[in-house]
Write a protein that binds this ligand. Structure first.
Ligand SMILES: Nc1ncnc2c1ncn2[C@@H]1O[C@H](COP(=O)(O)OP(=O)(O)OP(=O)(O)O)[C@@H](O)[C@H]1O
Ligand SMILES: [Mg+2]
Length: 375
């Protein structure tokens, strides 16, 4: 049984706005995405009307969930700012999430989560998601409780990299339970929406979906949450870096000059929003010939280490270009979990230890550490 847009709109007709109008007639609805039992849409209202609209959002979500063919529904409330502010910063989250601190400099933390770190790159396809998963598993192997939030709304990777096909269950009606895999708590928009569904996301929808995955998911107690960021350093990424309460960022780069220029952009983006750069990982750093064992530095290995020194950020380690990393990663069997005794798992664990040490050092330097990450 599948659910159609028309079915969704029909039930939304019964949901009334604060002015008593049927929801589809208020002009606040985004495109309704309904596919394979999963429904997503957003309601965009003026920033000062958000409070009045929150019960409407809730009722809309409940009404859609009550359709028999619907397995999951996510309704985001997003705030449109009046005047020109929207153009300058397109991805402001709804104030209901940020509460009184909507305009303040640093976003609120997530209760129970000691440290949130971003894995980012200026450029796509450098191995960010692969690094995020194996780093998370490496941190977990060090005895930490770890979660992964897939913030790549346009191209979620976690369903594939962790071979997750099930849908998250809801707890208490509205909150979602993350999926547990290899000891990690995982959440991705890909669990709610088909990978194949072309998504038309506007800036505010992206932030709203991200904020919901951050704050309306039962993450439990985590030492570290690893956020797999979308590639790039545009407005959307900048706003994410600003709105997610990050303790630090790990930048992934390949050794080529072009990737390094992008990595530099990534670093300056995090610096601009006062998020400490925990360090750089050089991915696809060198190649060991599986036949003869000869090492080749195909992309001119070492560029990221050099760049890290030049920019005064830690160098966290280098990961070789290896067929088994690609095959395992793309088959949903990350090397750290499935080949824990192999050389690649050891490399990722060493990177994880370096990240943990950087985090602990940063925590110590701050005025009021909430939870100290044990060494
Ligand atoms: N060290 C490595 N050795 C071999 N293959 C790798 C390595 N790291 C990543 N890959 C492969 O490179 C491809 C891109 O990796 P990944 O999806 O992790 O990159 P990404 O930076 O997250 O991409 P995007 O920008 O699209 O989100 C994947 O097929 C992955 O398996
Ligand atoms: Mg990715």
């Amino acid at each position: 049984m599948t659910v159609t847009r028309e079915q969704v709109l029909a039930v939304l007709d019964q949901v009334k706005s604060p002015d008593g109008l049927p929801l589809p007639r208020t002009g606040t609805l985004s495109e309704v995405v309904a596919s394979d039992g999963k429904v997503f849409f957003s309601i965009t209202v003026d920033a000062d009307a958000v409070k009045a609209w929150e019960p409407v959002r809730k009722r809309a979500e409940e009404a859609v969930r009550a359709i028999p063919a619907v397995q999951s529904a996510l309704v985001a409330l997003t705030a449109e700012r009046k005047g020109g502010a929207q153009a300058a910063r397109p991805a402001q989250p709804a104030p209901r999430h940020a509460g009184a601190s909507a305009r303040s400099e640093s976003p609120q933390g997530v209760p129970g989560v000691a440290a949130i770190i971003a894995v980012a790159s200026g450029k796509g396809g450098v191995g960010k998601s692969t690094t995020a998963v194996n780093l998370a598993l490496g941190l977990s192997a060090l005895g930490l409780k770890v979660g992964i939030l897939d913030a790549d709304i346009y191209g979620p990777s976690m369903p594939k990299l962790l071979a997750i096909r099930e849908r998250p269950q809801t707890v208490g009606g509205t909150r979602l339970k993350p999926i547990a895999r290899y000891g990690l708590a995982v959440m991705s928009i890909g669990f709610l929406i088909d990978e194949e569904t072309p998504m038309i996301w506007r800036g505010p929808m992206v932030m709203s979906a991200l904020t919901q995955m951050l704050r309306e998911v039962e993450w439990g107690t985590l030492d570290v949450m690893v956020v797999d960021m979308p590639p790039g350093t545009g407005d959307a990424q900048l706003t994410m870096a600003q709105q997610v309460p990050l303790k630090g960022a790990v930048i992934v780069s390949t050794p080529q000059d072009l990737a390094l220029i992008d990595a530099r952009r990534g670093i300056s983006m995090f610096r601009r929003v006062n998020v400490p750069v925990l360090g750089i990982v050089e991915n696809m750093s060198y190649f060991i010939c599986p036949e003869c064992g000869t090492r080749s530095d195909i992309f001119g290995h070492g560029g990221a280490r050099h760049e890290a020194a030049r920019l005064g950020v830690p160098f966290l380690g280098e990961v070789p270009l290896h067929m088994s990393i690609r095959e395992k990663s793309d088959a949903g069997l990350p090397v750290v979990a499935t080949e824990p005794d192999g050389p690649h798992a050891a490399i990722y664990r060493a990177i994880a230890a370096a990240v943990r040490d950087e985090l602990s050092a940063g925590q110590g330097a701050r005025a009021a550490p909430r939870i100290v990450i044990e060494a």
